[in-house]
Structure formats: C-alpha cells, structure tokens
Design a protein around this ligand. Structure first.
Ligand code: LMR
Length: 398
C-alpha cells in the first residue's frame, strides 16, 4: 500500500514560487518585482546597520539559549506596543493592551485566526478584494468562514463607497480585516476621513477589527502610518492588531512579529492572553528569539533607534522616488497618465492594472517578475533599470 498515493500536487505559493522561478532564470537583465522585499540600488536586500550593531551586542551579551515564554520576550512586547500604539498610550498605562510574540506577521495572523475560530465561534472574517493572497487560505485553514468586501473598482481605483456599503451588511460580530497602511497588494490606502467612516460602520455593526500592520514606516512615517491603528485602539474597546518587523527592520527571515490585543479590562486581557498562549503552544510552542531580541535592543537604545529610524526613512524615500521615476520613465511611451496611480499609491507595492496575460508576457519575454494579479513590488526596482522596465511595460501594453 502506498500511503502517499492519493496525495495530489498543488501549484506553488503565488508569491514565494516567483522567487524560485526568478532564481532559475539565466537572463542577466531579469528583474524581481515579486515578493515584497526592499532592495537597494545594487539589487541587494540590505541588513540595516542598526540591526548589525544590535546583533553584535547580542552575540557578546547573550548568556543563555533557554526558552522564552509563550508570549515571547517581555521587553520586545512592551517596546513594540509603544511603537505601534504610541509611547504615551493610555491603554499601555492602564494595562488594557498586550502583545504575544509570533514568527512574523504571518504567525500573528495565524494565531489571530485560531483564536477567532476557537473562542468566537460562528464568526466570519471579511477580507478586502483584493487582499494579500495568503490571507484567504490561512484563515480558511483555521476553519473560519472567509468573506470579501470590495476595495478596488474595475477602473483600478480605491472604491470606498462600495467598501462601506458592503461593510454595512456584514453580520454583527463578524471580524473585518483592514490593512492599517500600505495596502497589500494595491498600495491604495484609506484617507483619514475614510477611516473615520469605516470606524462608524464598525461601531454600528459591532464588528471586531483585525488590523494587519505589516509595513509601519513604509507609507508616510512610523507615527503617521500608525494613525488608524491608534484611532481604532482609542475608540474601540476590543481590537486585534498583527504587527510585523520583517520589512521595517529588514528582518524577513528571522520571523519577527506580534499579535497585539486591546481588551475592555485588564482581567479580560489576561483571559484572552491565556488562550493565545495555549494556542501558540500548539502552533510553534515558543517563538523564535533572535529577531525579537534585535528589535528590543534597537528600540531600547536611543542611538540605535535613531539610526534605524533614519535608515527606514531612507528606504521609504527611495521607494517613493522609484514610484515617480517609473511614471516618468513611461513618459516617452505615452503611458504616464495610464500609470499615474503608481506614484500615488503607498508602501512597497503597486497594483499596476496589468492583466495576467501582460504579467505572463513580462516574465516570458523580459524576465520581469510580478505577481499574477498585476502587483509589482516597487521596492524591488532600481533607478537604472527603470527604462528597461518601462520599455517592457510599453511592449506588453501595445
Ligand atoms: C509579500 O506580500 O510579498 C510579502 O508580504 C512577503 C510574503 O510573505 O508574501
């Protein structure tokens, strides 16, 4: 008997699969605009200097490799909460918020999904259409009913009215996932007035928001990007936030993130946290330590923190310049207007509006790799390759 005879193959991950295809491509002109990782002008994903310095200190100062607790390192949790909620947050002062360290933002999403499935039975989760392609299978694997609300219209523009209209019909108590900033995959973010309208619907429908906060610092700045998170945390008694340190600290493979929680009372916070620790034990037992120790070291040291935040500012500015640079590079091809949205979008990604067929041609004819939905990682571009990229786009748009 073959135990594995009935196992069928499945297509590779829509994002990580591109990495393999890109690496195997012998074309020296190839361009990887697939997975969301920041690249510098030489095409490398750098380790921020602040991270290197913190790592050196840790190597010298670390005295044990024993387990950290189920919620992770307390100093990481405290400092990350201050970064997300604000150092002067009354929630932190009053003991109404907590953090559970997770393997990356994806780990935090999985923990949130398991928590909802086990502890809030019957609740569905509502995702933007489109959303990060891993959201749907991840929450479905938790056993949740997955639903969608519209986000981008057929003309590749943010459609807030359609979003609000749909949210108004979400069953009371359901969970709504909102991208706190730098919407993945589109790069279209809600304006403050839109967030306030969403908040009103969330309150009226008694929805539980899950704010996915994977790109803090890549939109307009560390504080600016936390605006919606802090608004929701101040206005709502209960809230889930998934925070990632992958992009803003350049720690991708170290899998560093947290599930943050705002509860109505410190007693209820303790109850929910006890459930999270139990669930985490069954998922990864205790979280990996290194990346979180680096983040705690940086956030706890004024000098390292200033260095890191300046490096993050540089990354953000560079991506913003690449956005406008691409639109300019498309000018000789008469495509500036058609792609003007690229310069207006926020964060690492652009929902280009290119079709799946055009994306396939970019890959096959020009070795330019985008996600099939037409998402391009602007953070993967470089100044001197913009003309090549613009030329390739122009050809597939003919
Ligand atoms: C992406 O969307 O490319 C990033 O969030 C990386 C990932 O894990 O998919």
């Amino acid at each position: 008997m073959s135990h594995f005879a009935a196992v069928v193959g499945v297509p590779g991950d829509p994002i990580l699969g591109l990495l393999d295809a890109y690496r195997a491509d012998p074309n020296p002109a190839k361009l990887d605009l697939g997975v969301g990782v920041y690249k510098d002008a030489s095409g490398l994903t750098p380790i921020p200097r602040a991270v290197k310095l913190a790592e050196r200190r840790l190597v010298d100062g670390e005295t044990t490799k024993t387990y950290i607790g189920g919620h992770g390192a307390p100093e990481f949790g405290e400092r990350l909460q201050q970064l997300v909620l604000g150092a002067d947050s009354t929630l932190l002062r009053d003991g109404l918020a907590g953090a559970t360290q997770t393997p990356g933002g994806t780990g935090a999403l999985r923990l949130a999904g398991e928590f909802i499935a086990r502890n809030l039975p019957g609740r569905g989760i509502w995702l933007s259409d489109p959303t990060w392609p891993i959201h749907e299978p991840l929450f479905a694997a938790c056993g949740l009913r997955v639903e969608h609300y519209p986000y981008v219209g057929a003309d590749n523009r943010l459609d807030v009215d359609a979003m609000l209209d749909a949210l108004q019909r979400v069953p009371a108590g359901d969970v709504v996932l909102l991208h706190a900033c730098c919407h993945n995959p589109t790069g279209f973010d809600l304006a403050p007035r839109d967030w306030k309208r969403v908040l009103e619907v969330v309150k009226a429908r008694e929805l539980l928001p899950l704010l996915d906060f994977a790109y803090q610092g890549f939109g307009d700045g560390l504080v600016e990007d936390a605006w919606a998170v802090r608004l929701f945390a101040a206005e709502l008694p209960e809230l889930l936030i998934t925070s990632s340190c992958s992009k803003n600290f350049g720690l991708y493979r170290e899998r560093t993130g947290a599930l943050l929680l705002r509860a109505e009372s410190s007693a209820k916070l303790a109850d929910v946290r006890s459930q999270l620790a139990l669930l985490a034990r069954g998922l990864w037992s205790t979280p990996p330590s290194h990346g979180a120790a680096v983040v705690a070291e940086i956030l706890g040291d004024a000098e390292l923190r200033a260095l890191w935040s300046a490096e993050l500012d540089d990354m953000r500015r560079r991506v913003a310049n690449l956005r406008s640079g691409l639109v300019e590079a498309l000018r000789p091809h008469g495509l500036t207007e058609r792609f003007a949205h690229v310069a207006q979008q926020r964060g690492m990604f652009s929902y280009t509006g290119l079709t799946a067929a055009q994306v396939a041609r970019l890959r096959d004819e020009f070795s330019v790799y985008l996600v099939g939905s037409g998402r391009a990682s602007v953070a993967g571009m470089s100044e001197e390759r913009l003309d090549y990229l613009a030329g390739a786009i122009a050809r597939v748009c003919e």
